[in-house]
Write a protein that binds this ligand. Structure first.
Ligand SMILES: *Cc1c(COP(=O)(O)O)cnc(C)c1O
Length: 355
């Protein structure tokens, strides 16, 4: 038996969602495909509270992170860094030859509007990258406030948001917050198999991209736009995953978006309370993530050993990320996991550790 996933991606996929992929293949230039994309796109717009374009890329999230930062700027990009994934976005920006600087805080800390304001004040930048939910540390950055500051004071700056471990698990109001790019892979809070990425792009980000000469091709918005109105993509899309996405979006909307956000908060509250009682929380209490909790290993347990025992009982969690290995462990409470799953998991850990 495969263990149930309590790791921050890929996440547990329900049987009905796996089955939704198992339908006959369709041609991506055929009317059946256009009908599928035409059906699923407005549901994604509803999820993100947006009227603007939402693209589907056959890629993991990282591809879209790279593609989006590559077509965001004609001046200089500010990469905010608060952990492993935000650091990766900076490395991608450098590797693509895009002029950039990083604004870095210690692991476990959040990127605040004040820090962003100070960094943008000199006027050197026309784009910023922010990871909404830093999966390596369990921090949720205050993206709405950062975006509000940028909208008020730095109208030239595009705000690019990696919402990989937040989208479909926490509310993101793309239009009301004035975001420009917001992307995620579907293997996290969407609770789908891996291989598909969703990316909302503002009209002004699409206009900016046209000014960038070396904006790439596969992820270029203007390439996607050539087929967008036909409800198609230039390259072959991840058709089976989009079938599953369409089903999952119906299920999410049936659950109710507000209920979905609340379920994530409730699961997070249970894990935090347990963690405070038996261990400690690693990250700044003011910015704790609703989708993943990073727990400081204050008892000096063997995290690898705990995970081996959990595996025998049919579950796995995550060790600390990178330098936090064995110093922390992470429990993901995202996607289609329910309160009962989280309670069951914590009972298993209590039993294994004799807590
Ligand atoms: C998982 C994750 C990524 C990487 O996603 P891939 O789909 O593996 O490319 C990037 N950013 C964050 C915040 C993540 O949690």
């Amino acid at each position: 038996m495969y263990p149930k996933l309590f790791i921050p991606g890929p996440t547990h996929v329900r049987e009905e969602i796996l089955q939704a992929q198992a339908v006959p293949m369709i041609g991506h230039r055929a009317p059946e495909y256009s009908a599928l994309q035409k059906e699923v796109t407005p549901k994604l717009q509803q999820l993100l509270y947006t009227q603007q374009r939402v693209y589907l890329f056959a890629s993991s999230s990282s591809g879209v992170m790279e593609g989006s930062v590559r077509q965001a700027s004609t001046k200089r990009v500010l990469n905010t860094v608060c952990g492993a994934f935000s650091k990766r976005w900076h490395q991608m920006t450098v590797a693509n030859g895009v002029a950039c600087d990083k604004l870095e805080v210690e692991m476990g800390q959040a990127i605040t509007p004040q820090l962003v304001d100070e960094a943008l004040a000199a006027g050197a930048y026309d784009a910023i990258t922010v990871v909404m939910n830093e999966t390596s540390t369990g921090i949720m950055n205050p993206v709405a406030e950062i975006a509000a500051l940028i909208h008020d004071k730095y109208p030239e700056v595009l705000i690019l948001v990696d919402a990989v471990s937040a989208m479909a698990g926490a509310k993101i109001e793309f239009d009301a917050w004035w975001l420009d790019v917001c992307l995620a892979g579907v293997q996290k809070c969407f609770a789908l198999p891996a291989g598909l990425a969703v990316c909302a792009v503002s009209d002004r980000a699409r206009e900016r991209a046209l000014q960038v000469p070396n904006r790439g091709h596969y992820f270029a918005y203007d390439q996607m736009d050539k087929k967008y109105e036909k409800h198609q993509t230039p390259a072959t899309p991840a058709i089976s995953l989009i079938q599953a996405l369409n089903k999952q979006m119906d299920d999410m909307l049936a659950e109710g978006l507000e209920n979905r956000w609340q379920r994530h908060k409730d699961m997070a509250a249970i894990v935090r309370e347990w963690a405070r009682k038996h261990f400690a929380l690693y990250s700044d209490e003011r910015y704790l993530s609703p989708t993943v909790t990073n727990i400081a290993n204050t008892r000096g347990i063997s995290v690898a050993g705990l995970n081996e025992s959990l595996r025998e009982r049919g579950a796995i969690i995550s060790n600390g990320y990178g330098e936090l290995k064995e110093k922390c462990f992470r429990i993901a409470h995202m996607g289609d996991l329910q309160i009962g799953d989280i309670q069951w998991l914590l009972e298993q850990i209590d039993d294994i550790l004799g807590l």
